[in-house]
Design a binder for this molecule. Sequence first.
Ligand code: AMP
Ligand code: GLY
Length: 437
Amino acid sequence: MNILVIGSGGREHALAWQCAKDDNVENVYIAPGNAGTALEPKCQNVVLTSTDASEHSAVIEFCQNNDIDMVIVGPEAPLVTGIVDACRDAGIKAWGPTAYCAQLEGSKTFAKEFMEQNNIPTAAYQGFTDATAAKAYVDEQGAPIVIKADGLAAGKGVIVAETIEQAHEAIDDMLADNKFGDAGSRVVIEQFLQGEEASFICMIDGDNILPMATSQDHKRAFEGDTGPNTGGMGAYSPAPVVTKDVHDKVMSQVIQPVVDAMKDAGHPYTGFLYAGLMIDKAGDPYVIEFNCRFGDPETQPILMRLQSSMVDLVAQGLAGQLPSEAKWDNRPALGIVVASKGYPETSSKGDVIAGLPELDTTNDNAVKVFHAGTAFSNDNENEVLTNGGRVLCVTALANNISEAQQAALAVTAAISFDGAQYRRDIGHHAIARENAW
Ligand code: AMP
Ligand code: GLY
């Protein structure tokens, strides 16, 4: 079998690595991939000029010319612009939601209205295009309050305002100063939810739901969950906050209603679905956001634990025959993101990365360095450089979360590049629970 993975992040490295493990797979192509995907056995990066979003013909042409049996789409942008629809029209099997379903991530307004119509628990909200009206609403509601750019903003278009002044500033940034471009020409203002967050990711084939192992992400840039929101600075799996009872509630109150409503609307949901949840003290889940894809960095620890074949699961998903359970390593996994200088506000490129461990191809490695923003140097093909944003995700499997954190930190500490930044407290919620036992 030949597989094409679309994307260039740590999530795509983990997906490609899992696919390559399958004995039935001959080639995994990653478009455009990164230095890490280029080094994996059976894997090669390909440059398709039009993977960027609205133009999908290069993907279709590549699939037709290279006997591609399945396409796995990593990031949201091509999903939102209809890459899965375009592939299907061309008779190519592509795993992901259609453009209609991807609106759950592509438009916060669509997602909020969808949740309201289908009684899916979420924060109360209102949408605005006018800054004065938005500020008046904030004044009436009080702080803390959450201001979100409507469109795609790579996880960064959300401001949790502690004060009314911060909320006003965020509204001006988005609506008046256009800081998030078109994504911020409309804002959603939301009630601030309290509790502990968890990421709940499923595979859905239109009908059947296969929940992935649970996980928890760390969105803030700095230790102690402070600083600006990022795409995610680290994650671990499973998330102890998702007890059996919480799991059942999420399935019945969140995931099943999405599947039912999309089917009723004539647009069955296919692909990964990611519900970002706030779990309150009573164990009730509220949806913070939907993503129409696997999470990044959640994919990295989740797929470290997957013992079923990713390729079989996707093939079953494409055939409408997803099983209800996959096989997981009982051990937890934890991934630490190493980001480039200035992330998330700015992004630096071209710094030499030292101390990367040798690639371990034995498949039973307990620590794996997934690459994201990396590239080979033009001058020295053995040199790996940073390529902006989140650079690496150092992921470890161990007997408990504390040990996984220590193992990941030990490898992370040996890696260096100019301005490298990472959090030493990934997994702190779960570690506090472990220490309390
Ligand atoms: P989002 O991109 O919508 O997932 O938001 C990014 C992060 O902002 C979330 O992971 C939360 O940490 C925080 N956040 C978003 N919405 C809310 C909310 N209504 N209440 C509290 N925190 C929120
Ligand atoms: N880690 C959060 C996301 O993938 O959106």
